[in-house]
Structure formats: C-alpha cells, structure tokens
Design a protein around this ligand. Structure first.
Ligand SMILES: [Cu+2]
Length: 587
C-alpha cells in the first residue's frame, strides 16, 4: 500500500473491463449452474460432524485430526493423488468459480510423521500452469521440490502431472500447502499440512487435535483483482475482502448492498452454514490456527476460553496464555483450549484488522465467526457469548510481541558472520505510474519458462534485472536487517528455513543503537514487518538452494515484493534435478 486515504471500495465498471483480461476463464459467471457432487473421499483424518450439513465441495467445516493416526509409527511414505480443476461453488452462499484440489475446498490434509516421505502427484486440469509450495518445509537437499514458480520450477502445464517427493527428517508442527504460481492460491488451492513427532514438546497435553484455517475471501476471482491492483486506478490500495472464512465456511447476507454482488450477479444462497466445532466437556483441544488468506491480518479468539499458545510456525513454545492471537497471512499458531465452560454455544472470532486496509468494503462483516458447540448444547447457528473485554486491536498490524513467545527448545541466536540489509518499499516510478513493491532497487517479476534455480544449476549466474538474488557462498550465520519504508505491514516468509527474530522496532535500524535479543529469541518462518519499522532476523545458511524471501500478502507478491537467497551455489550447481521438472519449462 502506498496511500493513506480511505475511500469506498468501488470499482464495478472497471472490473467488467478487466474480466476480459483475467487469465482464468469465468464461464459460469452469468448463469446458474448446478454444483455436482465430486466423487472424492474426505481428507484423511477429517471427520464430519453429524450436525453440520455437508457441502457438495466436501467441506465438513470442522476439521478434527484422526486420533488413530499413529505418531510413533516406523518411517513410511505418505502418498496423495491430486487433481486440480476449476469449479463453481459457494463457500459463503454466493456462487463463484474456484480452483479446487480433488473437488474440495479447503483442499485435502497432508499428514505425516517426522522421518516420513511425502509424495504428492499433482495433475493440473486448469487452463494455466500451476505449482504447489509446501509452506515451512525445509526441503533440505530437495530445493527443486519447493514449488515456487519461476524460482524452483516452471509451472506444471495444463493437462500434465508432476509428482512432488520429499522427506521431513527434522521438523514437526503446523504448516500448510498452497499454489505458488500467479495468484492461484487466493482462488482455493490451499490446505493444511501437519507433521507429528514423538518429540513434540506438548504431546500428551491435549486430547483432540483440530485445524482452524482463517482466510479472507473475495467474490471476484483473483486475476481480476490483481489486474485492478496493478493498474493506476488502484493507486496502490489493495482490494478489500468481501468476506472471511473459517475452514472455508461463513455466512453472507445475500440481501446486502448489491454492489457487493457485482459484477457476477451470481446466484446467492442465504444462510450458508458457519463452521461448528464440537467440544466434549472436560477435554483439552489443540487448535492449529493457520492464516491461509491473501491480505487480512486476523485477531483470533474464542469467547470465554483462554488460549494457551504452544507453537508458532512449527516451533514449540513455552505455554503462554492469551485471549487473542494476531495471525497474519502465512503464519500458524497452536493453542490449547480447555473445554471447561458451561454446556452452550460459544463464538469463535476471527476479527480482521481494518486498520490494515486503505479502503472500505460495505459488504464486509470483518468479524468472521464460527462456533464451538459443547455436547448437549442446542444446534444453533448463533451463540449468546460475549467477546473478551480487553481491546481487540492496538491499532496497527503487529504480531504477538516476540518477547511473549519463548521457544521450548532453548537456542540462542548464533553471532552474525555477515549482514544483509534489505529495504522494502512501494514506489510509483514506472511509466505506467503503478505502485510496485521493491526490495532495494528490484521489483520482482516471475520468470516465464525459466526458473532461477535451473539457471544456477546450469552454471549461469547472470540474472534478469527483475531478479534480485543475494548469493550466500558459505555455511555461516546471516543477519538480515529489514527496513520497512512502507506504511503497510508485511508478513515476510523465508522458504526453507526458520529464522531467529532478534530485533524489531520503529523507524530504521541503527547499528549499535537498536536493541537486539539473542537469548532464546522467537524462531519461526513468517514474520510481520511493522509499518515504518525494522526487523532483524538471523538464519544459518546451511540449506543449499534458491530460497524466496517474500511478503505473503498476495497482492504485494504480485507487485514484486520478493528477494531470493542463493544458498551455497557450488552445492546448487551439483544438484541432480529431475529431467521431467526441467522439461516443464519448454512445455
Ligand atoms: Cu506485504
């Protein structure tokens, strides 16, 4: 974002024009189409609540992990067979075309143990190429399985398949997978990824294991939104969501402002069901919260129930009790919740932080809700519970204070061997006067029919001007000083690593003056850069590959807010990358 004005979100006529340039086809926009029930089974581990009406796109709303999954099993291969296709569905009651995996929204769960091999055959039945990224997986020695289009692979061409195949030898916790090609994940190609381990710090401290995916949601397919955002008309203001979803469900008021339904005039079914999570009194629930959205920062809470945070982005934490957890795009938290209240229904709240938006959308109810239903409570779609009294938002978009989150396995940040300074900004310096994201001087544009990893592997280190590559030649500790010269906050995700968060503050980082904490600092893989502030991160450069470091706000990535780390180039040159992967660049 670049401007500090608030104006009503209004771009109907423009959308109609832009629809013609949208890169996914929208054949179902102007006519009603029956949604056929796909012939696929539920995600392994998902259970359907008796009370929750099934949706034809196979979304049970609540998502309990299967307790029969054996965490101490011998290492094995977990195989999945996915087909991605476009389908018109109505997650909140309003029909729109979406991109689905095996006909499901949200997509299927990937579940494995530390030490397992994960094999996912992806068949692309879309009109455009796609690639699947395994958010948070280290991909140590398999960088080419990271699934970043233009970086570690060329997209899987329409009508073709590619099989991702990697191991997870040394990590566990809550992750997710999503398309990492164009803006496809915003249109539905997302799902949870959970890695178990007998070494997890808090195993045995909970009885049930539940996934709660939060996401903002648009009634307009993402190519149209992106075209508008990357035009002078947006003036750098991101499209404001029309709704939000919890595990792919929410209610939408079909009688609301007709502007909200523009330009689709699509059928809208009132009273779409919210997600309902069944609680048994006395049990302890591990709630795995994942922000799978594209723009909005959520404040997550459950009325009357304290959240004991035990994990952030795959790192076990010393438990800390809070009422609300801010969860920015790409981030994950686990919290233990005790079912210790009276038998009743209680609101689960995912409150979008409107302070992070430049504009308003009159159709948006920023208080996204689901329900906790104790056994014996009435089967209502509403609760009478009240929000916590303490303030929901401190104004800006910030993570939980890093000092609150202390990793369970104590590790001090190693001293920095080298320092890399990155300046993030949005600027209107192109001829078209479009606001683009810059890391130092470069605004990223994905390569077409090429991947920077393949280039290095071939021995070619002359990169296109749109590729900002920081080469890290040695196994050593890198200190990343990131200055944010933008009024927006940016959840930055580093592929293939967890980073130590050693410093954060307002203004620019001043060496020697800005305080750092290297004593067991927070470690995670997605860190929010605050408005006009700095963040200092450290990571050990021991994982060869080409690793994106990018803002996970989808429009910001589309605007170019990405840098790539080329880690250990001599090892990358020696990679034996499967020929079928390289072949996709010529398709
Ligand atoms: Cu951003």
């Amino acid at each position: 974002m670049t401007v500090l004005i608030r104006k009503v979100f209004l771009f109907g006529a423009l959308l109609a024009t832009l629809l013609q340039v949208a890169s996914i086809t929208l054949p179902n926009l102007h006519r009603r189409q029956a949604v056929a029930a796909p012939s696929v089974s539920l995600a392994p581990g998902a259970t359907v609540a008796a009370a929750a009406p099934a949706q034809p796109w196979n979304n049970p709303g609540q998502f309990h992990l299967n307790k029969k999954f054996v965490i101490k099993a011998a290492p094995t291969t977990r195989s999945y067979d996915w087909t991605i296709s476009q389908k018109t569905i109505a997650p909140d009651g309003l029909e729109r075309p979406m991109l689905l995996v095996n006909g499901m929204f949200p997509g299927p769960l990937v579940e494995a143990n530390t030490g397992d091999r994960i094999v996912v055959k992806v068949t692309n039945n879309l009109m455009n190429g796609t690639a699947i990224h395994w958010h948070g997986m280290f991909q140590n020695g398999t960088n080419w399985m990271d699934g970043s289009a233009g970086v570690t692979q060329c997209p899987i061409p329409p009508g073709q398949s590619f099989t991702y195949n990697f191991t997870v030898p040394n990590q566990w916790g809550t992750y997710w997978w999503h398309a990492h090609a164009a803006s496809q994940y915003v249109d539905g190609i997302v799902g949870p990824l959970v890695i178990h381990s007998p070494n997890e710090a808090h195993l045995g401290h909970y009885d049930e294991d539940v996934i709660v995916m939060l996401s903002d949601y648009y009634h307009t397919p993402s190519p149209t939104l992106v075209s508008w955002y990357l035009s002078p008309a947006s003036d750098g203001s991101e499209p404001v969501p029309d709704n939000g979803l919890i595990n792919g469900r929410n209610y939408f008021n079909c009688t609301l402002d007709p502007q909200a339904l523009f330009p689709t005039h699509a059928p809208c079914h009132s009273n779409a069901p919210r997600s309902v999570f069944d609680f048994q009194p006395g049990l302890r629930y591990r709630i795995r919260i994942i922000n799978t959205g594209s723009f909005a920062d959520f404040q997550f809470s459950i009325d009357n129930h304290t959240l004991s945070v035990i994990e952030a982005d795959g790192v076990d934490m010393q438990p800390v009790d809070v009422h609300r957890i801010p969860v920015h795009v790409g981030q994950r938290y686990s919290a233990i919740v005790q079912a210790n209240q009276q038998v009743d229904n209680y609101w689960i709240r995912a409150q979008m932080n409107l302070n992070c938006f430049n504009e308003e959308n009159p159709a948006l109810d920023a208080s996204v809700k689901a329900l906790v239903r104790y056994a014996g409570a009435p089967a209502s779609q509403a609760a009478h519970s009240f929000d916590w009294a303490d303030e929901a938002w401190p104004g800006r978009c910030l993570d939980l204070e890093a000092s609150m989150l202390k990793p369970y396995v104590v590790r001090d940040a190693p001293p920095a061997d080298i320092q890399v300074i990155l300046d993030m900004s949005f600027q209107k310096i192109t001829k078209k006067r479009v606001s683009l994201g810059y890391v130092n001087e470069t605004s990223w544009v994905p390569l077409k029919k090429a991947a920077t990893l393949f280039q290095v592997n071939k021995g070619n280190t002359k990169f296109a001007a749109t590729q900002f590559i920081v080469t890290l030649n040695q196994t050593q500790t890198v200190e990343l000083v990131v200055n944010n010269y933008d009024e927006g906050s940016h959840p930055f995700h580093l592929h293939g690593h967890q980073v130590y968060v050693v410093g954060e503050g307002k203004g620019r980082y001043i060496p020697g003056e800005s305080p750092l904490n290297t004593i067991n600092p927070l470690r995670r893989d997605t860190v929010t850069l605050q408005t006009f502030g700095y963040t200092v991160l450290r990571f050990v450069n021991d994982n060869p590959g080409m690793w994106p470091f990018h803002c996970h706000i989808n429009p910001h990535l589309d605007a170019g807010l990405m840098v790539q780390f080329l880690s250990l180039p001599s090892a990358v040159k020696a990679f034996k990358i499967p020929a079928e992967l390289k072949k996709m660049c010529t398709a």
